[in-house]
Design a protein around this ligand. Structure first.
Ligand code: HPA
Length: 272
């Protein structure tokens, strides 16, 4: 089936369930799912029940789309995202972004859990993305007929909306939430990085590293959809003092830090 037809089927189904004219789309990263409690939920649909939505794996089996209002604004949130490391291709990884865009969102807010490469940043801190490195070795725009959705030579001058970022930094200042601003590198994973890879990322002047977000942002750019992204820093990637990976701790730190992120996103949505 043509990709446009697939997408139309998904979108028509979601509209038939009452998901109409959402203004803001939100992607919730690892350990960051509680944001949905801020939504006055009107419709909630498991990914598995949406025609043509990527088939969930074990890790993302709880994935769902949640639609409702925050401060009177219609929002749609993806609780659970798809990663390339789970074996999805980048069309599948970014299917939710294209779906939310076709439903009508005007702004996209993305969150993720990431490791701190900049060693002045600590676990439990937040970082607003000002730019990125795509180190996944692939592009979500590299498929046949990708041009039907927008330019394939999408420019990457400002992948993160300057207007959204300045609103977010103003809110952080007002709410006294420490917010770093930096460069995020997306790697394929799922293994963590070697010491040599962490040193490479330092040399590349990366501030945080993770396994998501960049493909979603590239698709948003193709669609001319303003987006902003915030990393919750869950571990410190010091090549001189490398600790064994502790996924439970990464998730626990993401959960503990989530209220700051929730507060920023909530205020931003109110201000849009
Ligand atoms: N590396 C890659 N992805 C991550 C990390 C990390 O250290 N922490 C959380 N996501």
């Amino acid at each position: 089936m043509e990709k446009q037809t697939q997408l139309k089927e998904s979108v028509d189904f979601l509209k038939s369930k009452g998901i109409l004219a959402p203004e803001v789309g939100i992607v919730l990263g690892t350990g960051l799912g509680k944001f949905v409690h801020e939504i006055n939920i009107e419709v909630e649909i498991a990914y598995a029940d949406i025609p043509n939505f990527p088939q969930a794996t074990v890790e993302s089996h709880s994935g769902k789309l949640v639609y409702g209002t925050i401060s009177g604004k219609k929002v749609i949130a993806m609780a659970g995202r798809f990663h390339m490391y789970e074996g999805y291709n980048l069309w599948e990884v970014t299917y939710g972004i294209r779906t939310m865009h076709a439903l009508g969102i005007k702004n996209l807010l993305i969150s993720n859990a990431a490791g701190a490469i900049n060693l002045s940043y600590k676990k439990g801190d937040l970082m607003l993305l000002e730019d990125h490195l795509n180190l996944q070795g692939n592009s979500p725009l590299a498929f046949k007929k990708a041009g039907v959705f927008g330019p394939i030579f999408a420019d990457m001058l400002a992948p993160y909306s300057e207007a959204l970022n300045s609103k977010i930094t103003a809110i952080a200042t007002e709410k006294q939430i420490d917010l770093h601003i930096g460069v995020y590198a997306s790697v394929l994973g799922p293994q963590l990085e070697t010491r040599a890879e962490y040193r490479m990322l330092q040399i590349l002047e990366v501030d945080a590293v993770g396994m998501s977000t960049v493909p979603e942002v590239i698709v948003a750019k193709q669609l001319d959809l303003p987006c902003a992204a915030i990393s919750v820093l869950t571990d410190e990637c010091d090549p001189k003092n490398l600790q064994p990976v502790n996924i439970a701790e990464i998730i626990a730190i993401a959960e503990k830090t989530e209220p700051k992120l929730v507060s920023l996103f909530k205020e931003l949505i109110k201000a849009l």
